[in-house]
Design a protein around this ligand. Sequence first.
Ligand code: DQA
Length: 148
Amino acid sequence: MSRLVFVLNGPNLNLLGKRQPHIYGHETMEDVEAMCRKTCEAHRLELRYHQSNREYELIDWIHEAREKAFGIVINPGAFTHTSVAILDALNAFDGTVIECHISQVHKREAFRHHSYVSMRADAVLAGFGTQGYTLAIQRLAHLADTKK
Ligand code: DQA
């Protein structure tokens, strides 16, 4: 079984650490990537890490993951609440999908309560801050270690 994991980040997450730090914290996208790399290394997982503000790029990476990865951790940003196209792409992926939100979306505006991605996700994390990425990767590692 492949031990390759994709961590995908959607729009505005490149501004992590700079935008609304009271909601998203002070860590940057680079900090999160470094943390994901460390966690993957510790669990002998291979990592592809991406961020894009463009929906089609996220879709292309999901298609790429389809051929090689066993798991995807995705924070689709605002596309969570709007994108049937990302849902369709994830539905074409056979591995484990973990949806990860830095903020506790259910405590926020009503439009953030609905997620198209949750209709496919095998697990959802929200409100764990950037630590959610580590937890998601640990879960994938556990699945990779226990699945036959
Ligand atoms: C987010 C929550 C979304 O509602 C928002 O549009 C984001 C970030 C989060 O990580 O908490 O861009 O996905």
